[in-house]
Ligand binder design. Structure first.
Ligand code: ZN
Length: 341
């Protein structure tokens, strides 16, 4: 193992508390069913599938902390396993219209020599223009990443906040490429750049970036407005003993008109309800899983770190449904919002 592996590799293992967490998840689901009158929740996969069958729906995937190919693992002296490939097969089986990421697209150091192995190997058919070695790209870009801390490690010495040059040159994204927005069907997606060490337009709620978001949300005509970025405002996830939550990203998303926030960074899935507003953590897309604090963060309804997976989102003008599904096909969470009155 190199120093990179020991410093940054979140170990890929099944947590010893799996049974406890599973029971906790069940309790959380039951509590949610009892206490959340404005949302309907279902946990049966048949219900989710029936919902997906509506022809007017937009179906897309959200993946997080995924970009860790066997080539990258080998470079840093790890076993060349491919859980990123497992999640990619799951995601592609949904035939999503597009894919959004919650960051950490290119482990460990955001470097140019691995970015195509870590991303294009799995998702080239969604990227346009695609100039990598894994096959044909899309005719129109359908891959919308956000920047994780590891995507900024590309400078000398693999230091936080040093350079994102390989990421910037690999993708052709709307706006400035760091934060941007786009509309597909009934969904308006706002991708933010949340790295405290790196984002030149700031990451506080009064930053240039935040003012841009507030204005863009106010102008949106879409029924569903999702804000996606890397560092989670709320999370029960920990790395060693430190919380992986990012208090600087607690912007007034709900007051500004957003429908939900989806982040990553913690390598787990979690749904946290704050004043009736959903904050998802979805960072279990391939790198591995991280632990939870023994005490769940306030507002947690579902939390899960037994396995890797991705979110499938299904939206039409009247409703939007969020699922988290593991790479073996288990539905962990199903959460549906009605349109705003
Ligand atoms: Zn991260």
């Amino acid at each position: 193992m190199t120093r990179f592996a020991s410093r940054w590799s979140y170990r890929f293992k099944r947590p010893v508390k799996a049974r406890v967490l599973s029971r906790q998840r069940l309790v959380g689901l039951l509590l949610a069913l009892a206490c959340a009158p404005i949302v309907s929740q279902q946990t049966s996969s048949s219900a989710a599938t029936a919902f997906a069958m509506q022809s007017s729906s937009t179906v897309f995937a959200i993946i997080g902390d995924f970009g860790h190919s066997p080539q990258a693992r080998r470079k840093y002296g790890e076993w060349a396993i491919d859980p990123t490939g497992d999640v990619a097969r799951l995601v592609k089986s949904w035939e999503p219209e597009f894919i959004v990421t919650t960051g950490d697209n290119n482990y460990y150091c955001g470097e140019a020599d691995l970015i195509d192995d870590n991303i294009g190997q799995y998702y080239h058919a969604f990227i346009s223009p695609y100039l990598g070695k894994y096959g044909r790209g899309a005719t129109e870009n359908r891959f919308f990443p956000s920047m994780g801390n590891h995507d900024w490690y590309a400078g000398v010495g693999c230091q936080p906040g040093s350079s994102a040059a390989p990421y910037v040159s690999y993708f052709s994204l709307p706006g400035n490429g760091r934060y941007y927005h786009f509309v597909r069907g009934a969904v308006h997606i706002f991708v933010l750049s949340s790295d405290l060490d790196s984002e030149p337009d700031g990451v506080t709620e009064s930053s240039i970036q935040a003012m841009w978001l507030q204005s863009a949300l106010a102008s949106s005509q879409s029924p569903w407005k999702l804000v996606v970025f890397h560092h989670p405002p709320y999370s029960s996830g920990i790395w060693d003993v430190e919380s992986l939550a990012a208090a600087w990203m607690r912007w007034p998303f709900q007051a500004w008109g957003a429908s939900a926030v989806v982040a990553g960074h913690a390598h787990s899935y979690e749904r946290i309800m704050i004043a009736g507003f959903p904050y998802f953590v979805n960072g279990a897309g391939g790198h591995g899983t991280t632990a939870f604090d023994i005490t769940p963060v306030a507002g947690t309804v579902v939390r899960y770190n037994n396995d890797l997976g991705a979110m499938r989102v299904i939206a039409d003008q009247a409703t939007i449904a969020f699922e988290f599904i593991t790479r073996s096909g288990e539905l962990i969470d199903f959460y549906k919002l009605p349109a705003s009155p």
